[in-house]
Design a protein around this ligand. Structure first.
Ligand code: 13P
Length: 190
């Protein structure tokens, strides 16, 4: 079984990847991993996800109570916890603002056209969840109706969320989503 320290190191690593890929700027984005039926490790609020260290991460229960950690949990924790409650098969959640995918979310265009096979196999089509104010119950409510059938969801005027059986799996879905959005944009231009 993977130790909690190893999971924290993986979150730090994925934080670097979303930052270095330009999927987030400044303190944007958040990442969490389910470590037991009732416990989740999340990124702290208000830090650059490209410059985290394992000791900054926070362990919470599924009600959002802090179990350990010296920083405050992500302001989007409600969204993450709603995913874990609704999808017992999910063990990791990544939220970011990848620019091309987010442009589709801002333009109100869901990614529906079946193009590259890898996307159809791993993600299916990508819906847009109705706009919700960050940190409120509006986002968990808005994604709730899509979560049953989708592992990648655009957040209207905001960004994207991907979920998976593991952190790497959830992160790769974010990469696939952004590449799909780029290819879709270029194909539309052509
Ligand atoms: P946190 O730093 O609180 O996780 O918030 C970042 C963000 O992107 C909010 O949508």
């Amino acid at each position: 079984m993977t130790s909690e320290y190893e999971i924290k190191r993986q979150i730090v690593d994925i934080g670097k990847r979303i930052y270095n890929n330009g999927y987030v700027a400044a303190n944007d984005g958040n990442i969490s991993v389910r470590v037991s039926e009732n416990q989740v490790i999340t990124t702290p609020t208000g830090v650059s996800k490209g410059f985290m260290t394992p000791d900054m991460l926070v362990k919470v229960d599924l009600d959002g109570n802090v179990i350990s950690g010296k920083m405050r949990p992500s302001s989007e924790l409600k969204m993450h916890l709603a995913v874990y409650r609704q999808r017992p098969d999910v063990n990791a959640v990544v939220h970011a603002h990848p620019p091309t995918a987010t442009a589709f979310a801002v333009a109100g265009i869901p990614l529906k056209t079946p193009t590259i096979p890898e996307v159809i196999i791993s993600l299916g089509w990508i819906p847009i969840a109705k706009y919700g104010t960050p940190s409120t119950d509006e986002i968990p409510r808005a994604i709730g109706e899509h979560l049953e059938n989708h592992d990648a969801i655009l957040l209207e005027n905001h960004g994207a969320v991907t979920v998976g059986v593991s952190l790497e799996n959830a992160y790769f879905k974010m990469e696939t989503l952004e590449l799909y959005a780029k290819i879709s944009l270029l194909a539309r231009l052509l």
